[in-house]
Design a protein around this ligand. Structure first.
Ligand SMILES: C[S@@+](CC[C@H](N)C(=O)[O-])C[C@H]1O[C@@H](n2cnc3c(N)ncnc32)[C@H](O)[C@@H]1O
Length: 233
């Protein structure tokens, strides 16, 4: 991707990384305020769909401050979290020193084919400069029969949630961003959600990436989509 702006919801990779380095310290508290603490429950549901347990190996792509990685590890899996933002990873390591966190690019994963029993991404796929490439990479490093899970914000289609969503995302979130001191980042956020494919289209991209049995659940009144798929043999 060569261009983009916070207002269009697309940014070049270097700017996405710089943005997350910048907002790393406020990321967790803003998340909690923005979702009224519900994000932990969404991560639990995403982790449930991976089916991991003791003896499993899981990769959390675009792990950020590591909350989804921690959730996977609480099920007994050996977890690696990866991200391209050093500042986000620093917070992840401080939060869960017992887990493995590595710097890297989701669009060119450094792992071998079929290394993991499950691969997840939470609120990260929306930031990929090339979504299809990111999904292909996630599928590639998953063992045949293993699970890929994508947790993402989605735009509700039906009133009254669609009205509430618009007011919340277009007014309150940018305002929160201004208060938190990073107006650009929290202008980018709602716009990146708006341009992200809806549940049906994301499901089709996952299937095209080599996943079968692709399904999704919508929760939080249709604001959160959790997609899962199985790596084809
Ligand atoms: C909104 S945060 C989500 C963090 C975390 N997964 C969570 O659930 O809170 C998005 C993360 O994706 C990372 N990211 C975006 N594109 C990436 C890429 N191509 N490679 C690695 N990390 C990426 C950012 O650095 C950021 O930490």
């Amino acid at each position: 991707m060569s261009g983009g702006s916070p207002a269009s919801g697309t940014l070049p990779e270097t700017q996405v990384r710089a943005m997350f380095d910048r907002i790393a310290r406020i990321y967790d508290p803003v998340n909690t305020v923005m979702t009224a603490g519900m994000h932990h429950a969404w991560r639990r549901r995403a982790a449930d769909l991976t089916g991991v347990g003791p003896g499993s190996r899981a990769l959390d792509v675009a792990t950020g401050t590591g909350d989804l990685a921690v959730e996977l590890a609480s099920r007994g899996a050996a977890v690696t979290g990866m991200d391209f933002s050093p500042a986000m990873l620093e917070l992840a390591r401080a939060k869960a020193p017992e887990l493995e966190f590595e710097e890297g690019d989701a669009l060119a994963l450094r792992y071998d084919d079929a290394e993991f029993d499950a691969v997840t991404v939470g609120f990260g796929a929306r930031n990929f400069a090339d979504l299809d490439q990111g999904l292909r990479e996630m599928a590639r490093v998953t063992k045949p029969g293993g699970r890929v899970v994508v947790l993402e914000i989605t735009t509700p289609q039906r009133p009254p949630l669609s009205w509430f969503f618009r007011a919340w995302f277009d007014r309150i979130v940018p305002l929160l961003g201004r208060v938190a001191g990073d107006s650009d980042a929290y202008t980018y956020l709602p716009n990146s959600v708006r341009r992200f494919p809806g549940p049906e289209a994301l499901g089709a991209s996952m299937a095209a990436a080599g996943l079968t049995d692709v399904r999704w659940i919508l929760t939080a009144g249709g604001i959160i989509a959790i997609h899962s798929g199985t790596r084809a043999p």
